[in-house]
Design a protein around this ligand. Structure first.
Ligand code: AMO
Length: 445
């Protein structure tokens, strides 16, 4: 058998694993994050995949001689001895006494911004976004998206453990699911098609197959305004559940998902949480309030006169966030029974009062992060509702196959990944929590 000559280095270890290699010779690879020359020795900070590791270069440790080409952002392979010590708080910490440094690649130019401070000081958001491929190398910036990974991972893990099947729905669609004007049109070989506003129509179809499904994927909204909470492309974390008794089943599942996510962040994303000073919410039970009762509170408690009695404006959502914190010590609040007029065609009306729906939004620290609810499952009822809304059921024939050939009572939700990340980390602008944002003014990088 032929042997493959690979370059795998078998004593390569992560910083997390240094504790098991105290006093041993190990190898790390990464970027030179910073070089600090002292008298008689230098600190070389190496940025690895998740950590920054302090390495010490002193002629007494090694036969290696400093190469003047070594500079910040050079890719290197460093071999050295793990040495432990205690930090100011008495915790163990480890550094690497450099034996050898191999240069793997050198940058062509110096960076246009300083990224090796704890955070990107004094740099405007627009510049950070323009330079995303490199501004994200800053430890704090990259921690944001590590946390975001944790959120999506928690969503996936919890649902997978609860009988959900992960699915992928098409993003080029024959119709917009959410209605409204914020749908991107596309010329598809001479035919008009649309970019998916959500996986709504497909996740419902797939309930007919797997009963419980979820998807984490990009969706597209042609938002015509430049706001701090709207993107033109965002990551929608959706799930859909069949055989529910009521839409409260969906809310309970979401509460379970969020508890799991927060716990995962606290345990496996501890360093990032600390670096970002993120306040991870404690979730026991999430309070629930009906839409009209919420309006009452806004009018009577907050003395605010809403201009729209069918929806909330951002300041009303903030008021409800404050109310949830004060009355229930909760960072979250479910608002249920939204008016029918403001909910999409697939939403089930409340049989007790059809002006309202069996639907909900979840607010997190005063911002809507989720919409969800029970769907119409009866064929005739869905066709009638479409007609009432001036839609042509013929156009939705493939969607209606679900209903025509038997759909269980079902419902689900969509959770905006960037919005959740934004408020978890206390940001004012959703772009701070978006790797490569697309908005009315930005399609690069
Ligand atoms: P909805 O349209 O309310 O519902 O969207 C669900 C969640 O997605 C996020 N979101 C956005 N995030 C960033 N930029 C935007 N432009 C944007 N628009 C929405 C929000 C919002 O709560 N199909 C339904 C869900 C369902 O019923 O299952 C839907 O998409 O966090």
């Amino acid at each position: 058998m032929e042997k493959i000559n690979g370059t795998l280095n078998y004593n390569r270890v992560s910083y997390e694993d240094f504790k098991n290699h105290d006093g041993e010779i190990v190898n790390i690879v990464g970027y030179i994050h910073r070089i600090r020359e002292m008298t008689g020795f230098s600190f070389v900070i190496i940025r690895t995949e998740r950590d920054t590791i302090q390495c010490v270069y002193a002629p007494e440790f090694s036969t290696y001689r400093w190469d003047e080409k070594l500079c910040e952002e050079a890719s290197v392979s460093v071999t050295g001895k793990v040495a432990s010590s205690k930090d100011a708080k008495g915790n163990d910490r480890y550094e690497l006494q450099i034996h050898d440094i191999k240069i793997l690649s050198l940058p062509a130019e110096n960076l246009p911004i300083v990224i090796n401070k704890k955070q990107l000081d004094g740099i405007q958001l627009n510049t950070i976004l323009d330079l995303r491929p490199i501004s994200m190398r800053n430890p704090r910036e990259r921690a944001i998206f590590k946390i975001q990974e944790g959120i999506a991972r928690g969503f996936r893990e919890y649902l997978s453990q609860n009988g959900f099947t992960e699915v992928r729905s098409p993003k080029i669609n024959f119709a917009g699911a959410e209605g409204g004007t914020n749908v991107f049109k596309l010329d598809y070989f001479g035919k008009e098609v649309y970019l998916a506003q959500s996986p709504q129509l497909y996740k419902q179809a797939l309930v007919g197959v797997y009963q419980r499904v979820f998807e984490i994927a990009p969706v597209f909204r042609a938002e015509h305004h430049d706001t701090s909470r709207h993107l033109n492309e965002y990551t929608s974390m959706d799930f859909e559940m069949g055989f529910i008794e009521s839409f409260y089943d969906i809310m309970n599942m979401e509460t379970g998902v969020l508890k799991y996510i927060m716990n995962l962040l606290k345990t496996e994303y501890k360093n990032e949480v600390e670096l970002l000073h993120a306040e991870i919410p404690e979730i026991t039970e999430i309070p629930v309030i009906k839409f009209m009762d919420a309006k009452d509170i806004i009018i009577n408690k907050f003395k605010y006169q809403p201009t729209d009695m069918k929806d909330f404006d951002p300041s009303e959502e903030e008021m409800l966030g404050k109310y949830a914190k004060k009355e229930f010590n909760s960072d979250f609040i479910f608002v249920t029974h939204y008016p029918s007029k403001k909910r999409p065609f697939y939403t089930m009306d409340d049989p007790e009062n059809p002006e309202y729906t069996l639907s909900f939004d979840l607010l997190f620290r005063g911002l809507e992060i989720t919409s969800g609810g029970q769907r119409v499952h009866d064929y005739n009822e869905q066709v009638a509702k479409m007609k009432k809304l001036g839609m042509d059921p013929e156009q939705f024939a493939t969607y209606l196959m679900l209903h025509k050939y038997g759909a269980p009572p079902h419902g689900g939700l969509g959770l905006g990944l960037e919005r959740l990340t934004m408020h978890l980390l206390g940001f004012k602008n959703v772009r701070e929590a978006t790797m490569f944002p697309r908005d009315i003014n930005r399609v690069t990088p």
